[in-house]
Write a protein that binds this ligand. Structure first.
Ligand code: C2E
Ligand code: MG
Ligand code: MG
Ligand code: MG
Length: 292
């Protein structure tokens, strides 16, 4: 209790902290209702290959909160993770993504698109995660080879053996994996060759200053060279300028995602975005072809 007047008393009550706690509890309650109330949706951001063709999308969660507007994932995903709400939310994301894959499968224009879905650590570590993904794939009728799960380095470092086992089980179903935000975590290069990964995703913080900061340029070049010698595909995220893309192309980057090609959009806007935003680029001669 608050008793902050005596010299030797400790103050337990801090109004600022209390306000933060209240706000968080309100957010948690609202998030709980958001799932039932249909306030969550997926946005889709195009991913393009070296020739500028759209090869897929990343599904990004959006929360349209009545009277609050759109809330960024950075503001609510951490709360969802701490409260465990990420489990039902993550399941909903997978269901929505698989339903979209199924819809895309009906059109020759879109049936080869891959859809990347972010998976949080808590979600990946729930004991029945593999069974859950399998059931969602089966119920939706989506082609598992079109589903790509994005993991972060923090997931992998915790319990590497369990992670490898689960990844292999999902790989056996046809699902593939990308290492998101690569380079920002406590990267251990040794695990890279042990994980059944298909792709590394270079974090946007390295891409941002690629044409002005020699250190970032060197890091990106090293990531590309290492990934390719391990047979991994590389996608760069946060590509905003033609200069960034040119650098990445020159060093063999396989795929690109960023505002230069299109912002994340609601599915109603997907076709237009994907048609107008994908720019034709010419790959320089002798670019690297990954081994698998
Ligand atoms: P992420 O997976 O690394 O996603 C990429 C983020 O970069 C997205 O932010 C995207 O909108 C943003 N972005 C894309 N292109 C550009 C660009 O050219 N420049 C800049 N500055 N940013 C760009 P968003 O949508 O706010 O998502 C933030 C993070 O929230 C994601 O980072 C991911 O970690 C998490 N997240 C989003 N959706 C989900 C989800 O369904 N489940 C889980 N567990 N996490 C999610
Ligand atoms: Mg991601
Ligand atoms: Mg990322
Ligand atoms: Mg990121």
């Amino acid at each position: 209790q608050a008793k902050g007047n005596g010299r030797d008393t400790v103050r337990f009550f801090d109004p600022v902290m209390q306000a933060a706690v209240d706000e968080r509890m309100a957010l948690e309650k609202a998030l709980r209702q958001a799932l039932q109330g249909g306030e969550l949706s997926l946005y889709y951001q195009p991913q393009v290959d070296r020739a500028g063709h759209c090869i897929g999308a990343e599904a990004l969660l959006r929360w349209h909160r009545p009277k609050h507007g759109s809330i960024a994932p950075s503001a609510f995903i951490p709360v969802a993770e701490e409260t465990g709400l990420i489990l039902p939310i993550g399941r909903w994301v997978l269901e929505a993504a698989c339903a979209q894959l199924k819809a895309w499968a009906g059109d020759p224009e879109t049936r080869d698109l891959q859809l990347a879905v972010n998976v949080s650590a808590r979600q990946f570590y729930q004991p029945d995660f593999v069974a859950e993904v399998q059931a969602i794939l089966a119920n939706s009728g989506a082609n598992p080879t079109r589903l790509k799960l994005e993991l972060t380095e923090s997931i992998v470092l915790e319990q590497t053996e369990i992670v490898i086992e689960r990844m292999q089980a999902l790989r056996a179903l046809g699902v593939s994996f990308s290492m998101d935000d690569f380079g920002t975590g406590y990267s251990s290069l040794s695990y890279l060759k042990r994980l059944p990964l298909e792709q590394l995703k270079i974090d946007k913080s390295f891409v941002q200053d690629i044409s002005t900061d020699p250190n970032d340029a060197a890091i990106v070049q090293a990531i590309l060279a290492m990934s390719h010698s391990l047979g991994l595909m590389v996608i760069a995220e946060g590509v905003e300028t033609p200069e960034q893309q040119a650098f990445l192309l020159a060093h063999g980057c396989d795929a690109f995602q960023g505002y230069l090609f299109g912002r994340p959009v609601a599915i109603e806007n997907w076709i237009t975005t994907h048609d107008t935003s994908v720019k034709q680029v010419i790959a320089p001669a002798g670019w690297h072809t990954p081994k698998r």
